[in-house]
Design a protein around this ligand. Sequence first.
Ligand code: ATP
Length: 508
Amino acid sequence: MAQATDSLQKIVAHCKEYGFIFPSSEIYDNLGAVYDYGPFGVELKNAIKEYWWKSMVQLHENIVGIDASIFMHPTTWKASGHVDSFSDPLIDNKDSKKRYRADVLLEEKIDKFKEKGQKELEKKGIDKNATEEDKAKASRDYAKGVELEKAYTEAAQASDFARYKALIEEYEIVCEISGTKNWTDVRQFNLMFGTQLGSVAEESNTIYLRPETAQGIFVNFLNVQKSARLKIPFGIAQIGKAFRNEIVARQFIFRMREFEQMEMQFFIKPGTQKEWFAKWKETRLNWHLALGTNPESLRFHVHEKLAHYADAAEDIQFRFPIGFKELEGIHSRTDFDLGNHQQYSGKKMQYFDSEINENYVPYVVETSIGLDRMFLRVMSENLKEETLENGETRTVLSLPPALAPIKVAILPLTKKDGLPEKAREIEAKLRFVGRTFYEEKDTIGKRYRRMDAIGTPYCITIDHQTLTDNTVTLRDRDTMQQERISIDNLEQFIADKVNMNTLLRKLV
Ligand code: ATP
């Protein structure tokens, strides 16, 4: 039975060994929470981007793309609220000097209480869909989780950070290094990276590396709407880098300081946000499920504490090896952003709706997913250790073929007798189907294993029979079954299986 890996460490090690992801500047002992994608990583990342981009832009005639700059006018971030409120509450342990996010410490404690309580409830045979109240009555730990959650939510809504510290002390949260409760006060820490624009220091201006890609879409809203002749409802999609000076960044590519986002802002008539919010929740969940994911690994999480711009927000959470965590956010952002840009810039950010003969500032529902987090999700659910019938184990990355970095490997059985020449001939044709990999070193078994580990869905072996009857052996990564197939049918067979449309067709 193939088992998805439950350890982040195994994923990190696999990503490094097989050329998916390396720590940044490794020869200088790494730069914290910054990573580089290697030869197979970049291919997989590009394939995820393609899946997202095509599902948004190609499959929706009312969604167009842009590619805005990372640097933006500094007033953008005043208007968006990031200068004043894009911060996290940080707390230090005075003994270990280790820094934590106070909100994360509290959320983790709530989860721990509830998980412990849940086990107790299972033993007592209480249904997992019972109300929070009933669960709290039946389990002391669950009750503590609910109680802390309530207190934390109230403190969060009031931005009462002294209360955060009081709760951390009251619920006896300790530092994982020192094991003590010797905490500093909670301070607010702005997550934006600032830098200087302009060559002469006195004339320079502080500008920021964008902490989200969305603002590049908002400030271009009218340029795009007019030039692409769009009518509401319509969307603008973008993939690009974002930067956050995260306080705690020790979970591999789950939380990075430089990362990529895939965001889509959908502009709608005010008052229709509820139905569009529901629609985009469904559309995005389907996008995730089309990858063949176990539905139990995905769930929605409703935000209790709304960001400064939102009137509704839910996350799609995925069961990572580190637990259920946010993978994507779906936010109803009202007219907050466009309204503020209108106010700060003095330029109208209105849309003329010819159906009702009225001007208004549109409302926005956004979907925002981290590309790197999506990469981690794909790795976590597809990297498997499998025990074979003969007792051996194999590591296999069972990626959907459309996402696989290498689509097909071409392996001559031996290095002589004209087999390499024939294999090269085949490889040259298959290049047009997708990225190929040619290898003649090592036993065929070893070569298969290496291809399994990087997720190559098909391996083709060229043997002596190939020279006489024009057939090759085609090996399927997942079943390990081999069949003989005519070279004439090879290109079409593989093209059909690895095509991005195999995923996109599931969405319509
Ligand atoms: P979190 O609560 O995990 O910090 P967030 O709510 O601040 O995330 P958003 O601002 O909603 O995240 O960003 C949208 C998406 O961008 C997230 O769902 C996540 O996939 C991704 N993302 C955000 N911060 C990071 C990061 N530091 N590293 C990698 N991906 C990130």
